[in-house]
Design a protein around this ligand. Structure first.
Ligand code: AMP
Length: 217
């Protein structure tokens, strides 16, 4: 199994697609956003720093992400492949990731860039709701992905919540950060001949078909 990396703007659907890949290929999903959201709940100085940075839509300090990525990739369950989502987020992180991979004896695998236009992302951001129990993702701005009962998870009955950074103000910062800092890493992976771009303005099923084809190739 090849390793997989997603590069995509906020709310392009990388979390949803990552879960589908996990289900089919049984590999771990490593999301720096998810790990940082856990850290942000800690009652400590670092917890407070991460909470505030996430809510603002800015990136946390690179050094914090390096430690947690190296620790996570060193675990046994990554030996047969993994899907990395949300890292690297800037060119320094991309260079550091090359070093971490080399140190651990891994290849970058398939890098998949998912593109979606800004207006669509705004609609997705404001409607996104997540189950606090099983992390299932819904979107109340789209009929076919709304929960059957408002604020209740269809799958487990858990309560749905909205991420603290899923508002238009944070979105604007996150989107600009993506354009200025994250998009340049696309070139880095083009040069390595490992990048495939796909259009993410499509149904969840169709996007997954495209991703699955890339994985199987
Ligand atoms: P995500 O869930 O990927 O949208 O990430 C949510 C937030 O976590 C981002 O807006 C950043 O504040 C932070 N974050 C996630 N990954 C990184 C990273 N690789 N470097 C710095 N900050 C990150």
């Amino acid at each position: 199994m090849k390793n997989i990396m997603f590069i995509a703007p906020p709310a392009a659907g990388k979390g949803t697609q990552a879960e589908l890949v996990v289900e089919k290929y049984k590999i771990p999903h490593i999301s720096t956003g998810d790990i940082l959201r856990e850290i942000s709940k800690e009652d400590s100085e670092i917890g407070k720093y991460v909470y505030e940075t996430l809510a603002s839509g800015k990136l946390v300090k690179d050094e914090i992400t390096y430690k947690l990525i190296e620790e996570r990739l060193s675990r046994k369950d990554c030996k047969n492949g993994f899907i990395i989502d949300g890292f690297p987020r800037n060119i320094d992180q991309a260079y550091e990731y090359d070093k971490i991979l080399k140190k651990l004896g891994y290849n970058v695998g398939n890098v998949i860039s998912i593109t979606v236009d800004k207006k669509t992302l705004e609609k997705r951001i404001t409607g996104r709701r997540i189950c606090e129990n099983c992390s299932a993702i819904y979107n109340i701005n789209y009929e076919n992905s709304s929960p059957k009962v408002e604020s209740v998870c269809d799958q487990c009955g858990g309560k749905l919540y909205q991420r603290s950074d899923d508002n238009l103000e944070s979105f604007e910062t996150r989107y600009q950060t993506f354009v200025e800092k994250t998009e340049p890493i696309i070139e880095h992976y083009k040069k390595q001949n490992v990048l495939t771009e796909i259009n993410g303005d499509d149904t969840v099923e169709n996007i997954f078909k495209k991703i699955d084809k890339i994985i199987k190739n």
